[in-house]
Design a binder for this molecule. Structure first.
Ligand code: ADP
Length: 485
């Protein structure tokens, strides 16, 4: 890997400020999904090292929580600057382990940085309140305090920004964080930890552990000293983690699967809707929890939309994300490719029409063709399940109620989108969509400033915005008595 600073490529884990390997030397090999080449290996750690990370976090916590918010803010801002200075190397690491095109990798790193600057400042505004008293001679008040040791389990589709989004509010609030990154993309996490060390994050305040996910996950969930778990990943694993955390009654943030609808009304700017669908469907080869999963188009504009979307989709260049001009990288692993084919085959068997793609790409390997399906119905798996790949399922509607019923007919509730120029339908639809987020004539939802999160089986809590720090804080009520003269 050609890095300007090769010391950002870490093949060890960070625990209590020490870079360590497994005692028995066990490792997990990490490969590049674009060509299958081995990139490197990370330690296969388990229960013992997880306990070490929790101990070191607990030991480091008093010092960290007693720093002034401005001191923590200074460290977070230094972390932000170091990430900015090393963005080319971080993007290279990400593209090699995850597959997304370099420009997307840089975009993701900038998104991650937006959380760090936001929480560097938001940590300075953790206000308590004085409450108008119902009693004479007594004054109720609240202060807000860090919850304690926190843990994050993060996915492979956004290897850097998911860590920034969790670690920066934790650190700003005064909490240590133990991070278990996805096994397929550990190097972005380890590089972030290295830059955190350089920025002055004290030993034990950020630890990164790689290894067997369920062993580390169980050790984090079962430990009463871990007070909060933030997870981004599948609904299936999220539910398991919620159950495991019940025994120790932890605070939980869960950002789980999605099944985003995009409603395109008859009055929509179709060019804008096509651009939105392109950005939101094919980014990261469709491996995004807020990817549009079902495009619900008004009958009057359906054919025009499909023709224009197909034209644009033909322009997607599939290939290795390191190559100039590539706009869609590989899928993460062979089972993701097989799952795309199973989705297409199921839809076709139930009457959908393949307008474009529908097969593994001619490049072979883990590349799958950008695919457009029409005539999709609720009986098809592409309607019911999170696709997590470059398949755009399209269906028609005639009246608004029908579109809303289709859009809300899912157990998920993360992102949703609507394209319209009519003020009434904009507000009616945005209000009626049973989702945590609605993009109106826009699909780029995330940034440090805004609350990202879902309802129903898509999760709990919000990340980003002034809301995102709440889960790392406890409100303490103090009643001051004996005030009567
Ligand atoms: P994805 O389909 O995005 O890989 P997962 O939910 O499988 O979603 O993985 C998200 C994160 O959860 C990864 O870091 C993965 O290693 C971790 N993970 C998977 N299974 C478990 C488990 N049983 N306990 C704890 N973490 C897990």
């Amino acid at each position: 890997m050609q890095l300007k600073d090769s010391s950002l490529f870490k093949q060890q884990c960070l625990i209590g400020g020490q870079w360590i390997s497994a005692d028995n030397g066990a490792t997990i090999t990490v490969t590049n999904p674009a060509d299958g080449a081995v990139i490197g290996a990370v330690p296969k750690l388990g229960k013992k090292e997880t306990a070490m990370a929790i101990d070191s976090a607990e030991k480091a916590w008093p010092l960290w929580k007693n720093l002034r918010p401005l001191q923590r803010s200074d460290i977070l801002r230094r972390w932000h600057s170091l990430i900015a200075e090393n963005i080319d190397d971080l993007a290279m690491i990400m593209t090699m382990e995850q597959g997304k095109p370099l420009t997307e990798a840089k975009g993701e790193i900038m998104l991650g940085m937006s959380y760090i600057t936001w929480y560097a400042e938001e940590g300075r505004r953790v206000y308590g309140e004085t409450i108008p008293s119902p009693w004479a001679g007594r004054q109720p008040m609240t202060i807000r305090q860090p919850v304690g040791v926190t843990a994050a389990i993060t996915p492979w589709n956004f290897p850097m920004s998911m860590i920034a989004r969790k670690a920066s509010p934790a650190l700003a609030a005064g909490c240590p964080m133990i991070i278990k990154p996805a096994g397929k993309t550990p190097f972005s996490a380890l590089a972030m930890a290295e830059l955190g060390q350089r920025a002055g994050v004290p030993d034990g305040i950020i630890s990164v552990i790689t290894g067997d996910a369920s062993v580390i996950g169980d050790a984090l969930c079962a430990n009463p000293r871990v007070r909060k778990l933030s997870f981004t990943g599948s609904t299936e694993v999220g539910k398991k983690l919620m159950a495991s955390c019940a025994t120790t009654v932890k605070k939980l943030s869960m950002e789980l699967g999605g099944n985003a609808p995009m409603i395109i009304c008859s009055d929509a700017d179709i060019g804008q809707a096509v651009a939105g669908a392109m950005g939101c469907k094919f980014r990261n080869a469709g491996q995004t929890c807020i990817c549009v999963n079902r495009i619900i188009v008004h009958d009057d504009v359906h054919d025009q939309f499909v023709t224009m979307l197909a034209e644009k989709t033909k322009g997607i260049v599939v290939g290795n994300g390191l190559e100039a001009g590539v706009t869609q990288g590989p899928m993460i692993n062979p089972s993701a490719v097989a799952s795309m084919q199973a989705f297409v085959d199921d839809a076709v068997a139930k009457g959908a029409k393949v307008i474009l793609g529908g097969k593994p790409d001619v490049k072979g390997g883990l590349f799958y063709q950008p695919t457009i399906l029409t005539g999709v119905t609720p009986e098809m798996r592409v309607f019911r399940e999170e696709i997590f790949g470059p398949i755009a399922p399209i269906m028609r509607f005639k009246i608004e109620e029908e579109a809303l019923a289709l859009a809300n007919d899912t157990e998920y509730g993360l992102a949703s989108y609507v394209y319209t120029r009519d003020l009434g339908s904009f507000y009616r639809i945005a209000e009626a969509l049973d989702y945590g987020m609605v993009g109106v004539n826009e699909v780029a939802l995330a940034s440090g400033e805004v609350p990202f999160g879902g309802v129903k089986h898509s999760g709990l809590g919000r990340e980003g915005g002034r809301q995102g720090i709440e889960d790392y804080l406890e409100t303490k009520y103090i009643l001051l008595g004996g005030l009567s003269a």
